[in-house]
Design a protein around this ligand. Structure first.
Ligand code: ATP
Ligand code: MG
Length: 297
């Protein structure tokens, strides 16, 4: 089973507005509502590809119930912890000539709630995968990914970590099966510009030396670089196409990679790139048909 963890899921309320005038009453031309969060995005692509997945995390209030309903409808098993106060957040995205985002705080998570999470994590068995994706809310201990991995250490669990900075570097000693920084995140970690493949390879190998089993560096429209567990370097170009919205491309790539890795790393890369690019070419997260169409290219 592939579990994903999303601390602070969100409902995105996207409004298209011809012209945005601050301090006045504006009218939107259209609205869309998207349910997500990085872990949920990974689960969504896995479910789209026909894999079984459980979304873990925290929800609250009526928005949380609606998020749970919408996520379940995608064919994802959910096992969210319900917080006693507040509401799952709604983030506002205003699309006019320029884009304005207002991201909201989200409900408070208490120590008791964290204890409930650890209880749920107990269910994860040998051979399962746990995806830890995204940032940790500022109100929580910032070593929580580390704590989770140390508590589950010793079990044969594949950890996937898609996080930035110390959140990522602090877990390398627990040998995560996969880490997936993008170029900017890898540059931030190693503190230098990585503008050539040789420099990227060197930096990715440093993460491997520190403990990561596989290091997948996503490069947006420039494709992807993988240092696999055998130390082999794979470099692939992205699939060309018309970009609509790249949000969630990285999460899609992680899901595609996990779906493909049962076969081998070549196929994992192929499916990862196809899923990442298919999402970049779609308005939301890609469907199975959209992903498989690119995979055949
Ligand atoms: N403009 C693009 N054209 C084609 N493929 C793309 C494009 N942008 C992203 N992709 C595909 O998606 C993969 C992941 O994208 P990217 O490197 O932007 O991830 P990311 O920065 O982690 O994104 P996010 O965190 O927002 O999900 C890329 O490696 C590539 O295969
Ligand atoms: Mg990312």
């Amino acid at each position: 089973m592939i579990y994903t963890l999303t601390f602070n899921p969100a409902i995105d309320y996207v409004m298209r507005i011809g012209e945005l005038n601050l301090g006045e009453t504006n009218r939107s031309e259209s609205e869309e509502i998207h349910f997500g969060g990085k872990g949920i995005n990974v689960s969504t692509i896995l479910a789209n590809l026909g894999l079984e997945t459980v979304a873990l995390g925290f929800i609250a209030g009526f928005t949380g119930e609606e998020l749970n309903r919408a996520v379940t409808e995608r064919g994802i098993h959910t096992d969210f912890i319900r917080l006693s106060n507040g509401n799952t957040r709604i983030n506002i995205k205003l699309k006019s000539e320029i884009e304005t985002e207002i991201n909201t705080q989200g409900p408070a998570i208490t120590e008791k709630d964290i204890a409930k999470l650890y209880k749920k994590l107990e269910k994860i068995q040998n051979g399962d995968t746990l995806v830890l994706a995204g940032s940790v809310p500022g109100t929580l201990p910032q070593n929580i990914y580390e704590d989770i991995m140390s508590k589950l250490n010793g079990r044969d669990i594949r950890f996937v970590v898609d996080a930035t900075g110390e959140l990522l570097t602090n877990v390398l000693k627990y040998h995560p099966f996969l880490v997936k920084p993008n170029r900017a995140e890898l540059e931030e970690i190693c503190g230098r510009k990585l503008d050539t493949d040789a420099k990227l390879t060197e930096a990715a190998k440093e993460l491997q030396k520190q403990g990561a089993v596989n290091v997948l560096v996503s490069l947006g429209g420039d494709g992807v670089l993988l240092i696999d567990e055998f130390g082999r370097t794979h470099r692939r170009q992205a699939i060309p196409g018309r970009v609509v919205n790249t949000v969630g491309s990285g999460d899609s790539m992680v899901a595609g990679f996990l779906a493909g890795v049962k076969r081998n790393y070549e196929y994992a890369l192929e499916l990862g790139i196809a899923a990442g690019s298919a999402t970049a070419f779609a308005s939301g997260l890609a469907s199975k048909e959209e992903i498989m169409a690119l995979c055949q290219k």
